[in-house]
Design a binder for this molecule. Structure first.
Ligand code: PLP
Length: 474
């Protein structure tokens, strides 16, 4: 092999030499909205790529500059205490769930939780109880967030549940009525934990839906890098109430994160907080107005959008899903056209939609370019002539497969890979998901049924693995 090559370095250099108009995470959009102190610091990243030197404090026993920085963050994020995370919200989810759940504890979670939640369930040994969003169609499950009624039922049916974890907002932007949900969990003495990976900005403008801080959640974790301008992989875990065992939380943060936290990432969290504290109100107002304007303009182009309110669900308009049902071309085709012909990159695309993210780094001229590009692509699209019949079996979710083992038991047993077609009656040792946004059809420990295999063989309109890891027979 040619050891002179540096494929990763060369690939990145090639990428940065092509100018793109970006509408995806991270929120700083190429460093556009970062605090000037961070810009100064990053002029020479090697100088600040340091270890825990005497004056530089320690992430897991902070007494100096990290302590002070976390306290400032807690104040503006409305937390009792804030913990900086250097392994993203994934690390935060592992820390948060392992703090409250012991093996065998029940935790209520949406079926379409992020894989980090399943990682935390496996490591903690907690037993998941699933709640689904309103609606029986796959499409509704994908888009909606959890309803108060769904939570009420789950809490009534599981009086021994230890915690409830919600995702707010979903990838599509829908937020649940967190304040109402908080009242329910408080009555039942169940911890409310929130995966706010995509919702760091919620508490900074009254027009955004209410977030975990306003609802008074026990703990919540935010990918500061996705929405608030810190560097990728840096997140914040916020502690809301004194009911949580703080010492255990610190221990878990230490277990699930590196012993060599990057000062570059930590400094970027401090700088993102400073920028928000000093300019957050104005920046969020501009972001909100930009997203509002974008909605008006893209509707005129013939793409459909999600409503701002759907019953008790409220939309975070910084996430703009454009549904492409009206055209012969798929969301993926449209995203490729945007990338190739206009150098516009979106957050994600799927069969029937593209998702555009607006962040604090976007300006009016970005929106103008986006609308102009969408307009150009729109002219090339072919309006749909024949609409697919709705209501086919594959449009509906089927009942959850029976869980014969907990996810932790399943992944810890000897497994083997078998062809998917021969897996009926076996117990899964892995997750099979519907992407995007990752609704698991099967999680470890669940029985592989005929119904599931039939559904997979019909393709669910996407490619599934032909093999699956199952638990070995005795
Ligand atoms: C809902 C949700 N939770 C958690 C995460 C993990 O966040 P991070 O990338 O900061 O680890 C993601 C990442 O996309 C996510 O979408």
């Amino acid at each position: 092999m040619n050891q002179e090559k540096a494929p990763l370095v060369e690939g990145l250099l090639k990428h940065v030499n092509t100018e793109y108009s970006t509408f995806h995470v991270p929120g700083h959009q190429g460093g556009r909205n970062i605090d000037h102190l961070l810009r100064e610091l990053l002029k020479d990243p090697f100088k600040i790529d340091l270890t825990e030197l005497p004056n530089l404090d320690n992430l897991y026993e902070p007494r100096g500059i990290i302590y002070e920085s976390q306290r400032l963050a807690a104040e503006i994020f409305g937390a009792r205490e804030t913990f900086f995370m250097v392994n993203g919200t994934t690390g935060g989810l592992l820390t948060m769930i392992n703090t409250v759940c012991l093996p065998g504890d029940k935790i209520i979670i949406p079926r379409q939780s992020h894989q980090g939640v399943f990682g935390a369930i496996i490591t903690s040994g907690a037993v998941p109880v699933y709640v689904s969003s309103p609606g029986k169609r796959v499409q509704e499950q994908k888009i909606n967030n959890i309803s108060l009624k769904g939570i009420e039922e789950a809490l009534d049916n599981n009086p021994d549940a230890k915690a409830l974890l919600l995702n707010n907002p979903t990838y599509f932007g829908f937020c649940s009525d967190l304040c109402g949900i908080r009242e329910l969990t408080a009555k039942k003495g169940v911890f409310l934990l929130v995966d706010e990976a995509h919702g760091g900005h919620l508490s900074f403008h009254d027009s955004f839906p209410r977030g975990a801080a306003q609802a008074g959640a026990d703990m919540w974790v935010q990918s500061t890098h996705k929405t608030l301008g810190s560097l990728t992989q840096s997140s914040m875990l916020h502690l809301g109430t004194e009911e949580i065992d703080r010492a255990r939380l610190v221990n878990m943060a230490r277990i699930f994160q590196t012993t060599s936290p990057s000062y570059i990432l930590l400094a970027s969290l401090d700088a993102a907080r400073r920028k928000l504290a000093l300019e957050g109100g104005g920046l969020m107002e501009s972001l909100y107005r930009l997203a509002e304007k974008a909605r008006e303009k893209v509707s005129d182009l013939g793409f459909s959008l999600l409503p701002l309110k759907k019953g008790e669900l409220s939309l975070d308009i910084t996430k703009m899903a454009l549904f492409t049902h009206g055209f012969e071309e798929s969301g993926r085709d449209i995203a490729s056209m945007l990338q190739e012909k206009c150098r516009v990159q979106v957050e994600l695309s799927a069969e029937d939609h593209i998702l555009i993210y607006f962040t604090l780094g976007h300006r009016e001229k970005d929106l103008e370019y986006l609308i102009e590009s969408l307009g150009r692509i729109r002219e090339k699209l072919n309006p749909k002539k024949i609409w697919p019949e709705e209501g086919g079996e594959e449009d509906y979710l089927f009942p959850l497969p029976p869980a014969l083992l907990s996810p932790r038991e399943a992944v810890n047993q000897p497994g083997e890979r078998v062809p998917m077609a021969e897996a009926e009656g076996r117990i899964s040792a892995e997750t099979v998901s519907l992407f995007p946004p990752g609704i698991p059809l099967l999680v470890p420990g669940e029985l592989i049924t005929r119904e599931l295999l039939d559904r997979l063989s019909k393709g669910e309109r996407q490619a599934f693995p032909t093999q699956i890891k199952v638990i070995k027979k005795e």
